[in-house]
Design a protein around this ligand. Structure first.
Ligand SMILES: Cc1ncc(COP(=O)(O)O)c(C=O)c1O
Length: 516
């Protein structure tokens, strides 16, 4: 197997067993691509730079004595390398991306067009306020829209992701507890055992210890369980609604009342807000702080770790502790309030105001949908998930029975028990059928979980193809066709990784391959 420069590839070698026997190792127009360091040559470059004029180096002993052998490519080679790699990516623009808890929805092109307007794309955080009034007004308009949708009192726009929003909201709670002089006594945060890992991690980062609260056999946290876990040392509860099992927390008002009576605060993880926009307001449910992942509910692009945006809405009692910087009115215009100025804010959270490009996209999404459109989007997301659930329920098992879900359909692996096939095998087989697998093995409280979130983006035809494919795979599994599942994926650019080895012996550094 040769690389694009006609040399053997290491990736190609790894591929060999299952490879199609082409001379190049390519499969049709799916071109094998080796790492840059292997295809590059130290003597190749995409630019001509004149030799520098003689000069006296001031590097002393630090001066390089030998070439370091960085891989070089010509401009067309560099272009092709990165384009080929990008073509191996899976994306929402390529097909359904049913990753539960991630809300991978279509990113409308209108949003992209707006974000590229030079008045938004080309501004700099250090520009004088008088030159960025439009941008500040956009942030304020988005902030107000989020406050209306959530029914909350204040908002911090600067957090850069959901997890960062959790940190922000919990810092506001910590500041409120300190203001009450209870920081030495209230050291515990209640977290349901179905929570996303970032919840306990956030609490622990801020020095709280975590106390687990069990859900009941219906998959929700009853107020009685919260009451049993509450004590004078509890600072807050972090509860996700709709929860990570795709269910609305039916006792949420009772939970909020119990937490408040105990002198604690209610942090709501709003990652799943997409299911309830326009239907209910967290502020009316008794929530004190909640992050909103703009990159989920409001369709700003995400993946690969960013950029995201996780504004945090706060209740009246937490509003005074909101962080700076924030946009405020000053005279006839808007400015960024950069400093605490004698108030009770917990302080500065980030250098600047947040992710401008994400704000533009989210506001474009909100304004182009309108209040009725946003509500419709939530209803469609819930309808799509229930359609999938209802169409697969006779073959696959659901942990909480045949009850309706919110925006995610959750299955467990009881139905696979006699087949010798695991949830992972099933997910890998989906790749051969051209589908990105759903989230698997999360939430941890459900054995062999498969969490499918179709979002409102999919047409009925798209959902039907997805459902028919899963039904076909499920019937193969139940017929005992185990081998094809264990071998999957066999049609993807790479076979299955040895995940145990990758976790136990990770290779984090490239080493030069031995000459062929
Ligand atoms: C329930 C839940 N909480 C928190 C987060 C963290 O959000 P982010 O990835 O934006 O940091 C996620 C992300 O998937 C989530 O699903």
């Amino acid at each position: 197997m040769l690389n694009t420069q006609g040399r053997p590839t290491r990736a190609g070698e790894a591929q060999s067993a299952a490879s199609t026997a082409t001379f190049t190792g390519n499969r049709g127009l799916d071109i094998e691509e080796a790492p840059l360091f292997e295809i590059g040559r130290a003597d190749a470059t995409g630019v001509d730079i004149d030799e520098p004029k003689p000069f006296v180096s001031r590097l002393g002993a630090l001066e390089r004595r030998a070439p370091i052998g960085l891989a070089g490519l010509t401009e067309p080679e560099a272009m092709r390398h990165y384009v080929r790699l990008s073509q191996k990516n899976y994306a929402i623009d390529a097909g359904i991306y049913p990753l539960g808890s991630c809300t991978m929805k279509h990113n409308p092109r209108l949003n992209e067009k707006m974000a590229r307007l030079s008045g938004f794309a080309d501004i700099h955080p250090f520009q004088p306020f008088s030159t960025v009034q439009g941008a500040l007004e956009l942030i304020e308009t988005l902030a107000n829209a989020l406050l209306v949708m959530t029914g909350m009192s204040a908002i911090a726009m600067s957090p850069k992701a959901g997890a960062h929003g959790e940190l922000c909201g919990m810092m506001a709670i910590k500041a409120a507890i300190e203001a009450r002089g209870e920081e030495k006594t209230r050291k515990v945060v209640l977290v349901p055992d179905s929570a996303h890992g970032t919840n306990p991690a956030t609490a622990a980062t801020l020095g709280f210890s975590v106390r687990a609260v069990p859900a009941n056999d219906q998959g929700v946290v009853p107020a009685s369980a919260v009451r049993a876990a509450l004590s004078p040392d509890v600072a807050a509860i972090m509860l996700t609604n709709p929860n990570t099992c795709g269910l609305f927390e039916t006792d949420i008002v009772g939970v909020a009342a119990a937490v408040r009576e105990a002198g604690a605060y209610f942090y709501c993880d709003g990652a799943n807000f997409n299911a309830i926009v326009g239907k209910t307001k967290p502020g009316e449910l008794g929530v004190d702080a909640m992050h909103i992942n703009l990159h989920k509910t409001f369709s700003t692009p995400h993946g690969g770790g960013g950029p995201g945006a996780g504004p945090v809405v706060l209740s009246e009692r937490l509003a005074p502790f909101a962080p700076v910087p924030c946009v405020v009115r000053h005279g006839d215009g808007l400015v960024l309030r950069e400093h605490e100025e004698g108030g009770r804010s917990f302080g500065r959270l980030t250098a600047f105001h947040g992710q401008m490009g994400m704000f533009v996209r989210a506001l474009a999404f909100i304004l182009s949908h309108g209040a009725d459109g946003l509500k419709q989007a939530s209803e469609d997301a819930v309808l799509s998930a229930n359609y999938i659930r209802a169409c697969l329920n006779d073959l696959m098992s659901s942990p909480f029975g045949d009850r309706p879900c919110m925006h995610e359909a959750l299955f467990d692996d009881r139905w696979l028990k006699e087949t010798g096939i695991s949830t992972l095998d099933f997910a890998k087989a989906m790749i051969d059928e051209g589908f990105h697998p759903p989230t698997v093995y999360f939430p941890l409280v459900v054995h062999g979980a498969m969490l499918i979130e179709p979002t409102e983006s999919e047409s009925k035809a798209s959902l039907d193809l997805f459902i028919m494919t899963l039904r076909d795979l499920a019937m193969k599994a139940l017929r005992g066709e185990r081998d094809s599942f264990l071998a999957a994926p066999s049609l993807a650019p790479r076979r299955r990784l040895d995940e145990t080895r990758a976790a136990r012996q990770p290779i984090l550094k490239w080493t030069k391959p031995a000459p062929a």
